[in-house]
Ligand binder design. Sequence first.
Ligand SMILES: Cc1cc2nc3c(=O)[nH]c(=O)nc-3n(C[C@H](O)[C@H](O)[C@H](O)COP(=O)(O)OP(=O)(O)OC[C@H]3O[C@@H](n4cnc5c(N)ncnc54)[C@H](O)[C@@H]3O)c2cc1C
Length: 389
Amino acid sequence: MSSMRSPLSCDILIQGGGPVGLACASWTLQKFPEAKIVLLDRNPVNDDDLANADSRGIALSHGSKLLLNTIHAWPKESAQIHRVHVSQAGRFGRALMTREELNQDALGHIIRYRDIHITLRQALRAIQTKSPHFVWQHVGKQSEETSIDAKCIVHAEGGLFKKQDWVESGRDYGQSALIGLVEVENAAPHQAWERFTAEGPLAVLPSHYGPNILNLVWCGSPESSQYRLQLADVDFLNELQNEFGSRIGRFLKIQDRRLYELGLNYRKEITNGNEVWIGNAAQTLHPVAGQGLNLGLRDAFLLAEKLAGVFSGSIEEQSPANVVNALQSYAQSRKFDRTSTIGLTDFMARVFTSNLAPVVMARGLALSALQWIPPVKTALARQMMFGRR
Ligand SMILES: Cc1cc2nc3c(=O)[nH]c(=O)nc-3n(C[C@H](O)[C@H](O)[C@H](O)COP(=O)(O)OP(=O)(O)OC[C@H]3O[C@@H](n4cnc5c(N)ncnc54)[C@H](O)[C@@H]3O)c2cc1C
């Protein structure tokens, strides 16, 4: 990995060394090792400096696993989901999805954000050894993008809702997510629980720490979430048990509580001339359906195909017009997956947060339908596992 002075020009400038930017650089270089890419990265050079960074549990789909395997970027520590139990607090309607119904080894995998991030950095470093024109430039808070002349600019600056310096289309759900690690007595192994409460979804997901240590994602109003953040452990566990009931087992311990604000922020257009936006820089989603990074990885994979196609061609084939055409073709190819994933996530975030009686009733019916109409359940699960391609 190098920390070098700014080169004056390159073919592809990737801004953002998060999972999506790293994956995009890796796939492009894997397909075309001669690519002249500069990656601007605000993260520290040493992985050790990320060891205490973001420990959020992220649900990655089977489709993402297949993609990451192509660059040997699947983290060693992950927890499989074999069953998902979906229910509503105090209301009728529940559904159970199992890996057997879908004929898969797992419905999904839970991995810490920092493990995904660090594994992708390691994968890119391995690819870098065979990529003579790749420059990985570590920058401070002030990036040096203005001094670099590029034929194509890939925006992968990511960011969290309300922390981004752009706001376009979207929705503020008036929700925060409280996340943490919770210990449960005799938890069912490999089981994920998603419960829809009066304030929003509450998920308890497996972790690689062992069968009884689970990832908690508790969505609620910013005020309630703040209140829960500050509660003493014992009071917090009581509140959690009240929301969840006894089905999951007894909650014993909570640690590493943190808050995130939640909302939808997305760009209507993901290209502009020779610029393109991918991952959270293109769309920032509510985590209710666990789709943000999965969608971002698909963005990165398909964009890499287009970029490698253009820049491995002759100088004429790399003309500004061809670059713009390739990006437009990329945007077109992402339309369906992007629109349906944003739409499904927005729908779930709104419907599963509403307390209006007809919505509550419809929600119960929908969950029952999921349970009793297998094709509906399979179609939904497949969308979550693979997206639309
Ligand atoms: C509570 C919560 C739970 C979630 N759960 C899931 C889940 O279960 N499944 C799922 O798929 N997704 C989930 N997500 C979403 C997921 O975290 C994001 O979709 C994913 O992190 C996006 O990756 P990214 O690389 O686009 O952006 P980021 O992860 O934000 O990375 C962007 C990187 O770019 C850097 N950067 C920013 N600006 C610049 C610049 N100008 N120059 C250089 N570098 C720059 C930043 O430092 C950062 O390292 C969740 C999100 C939240 C908040």
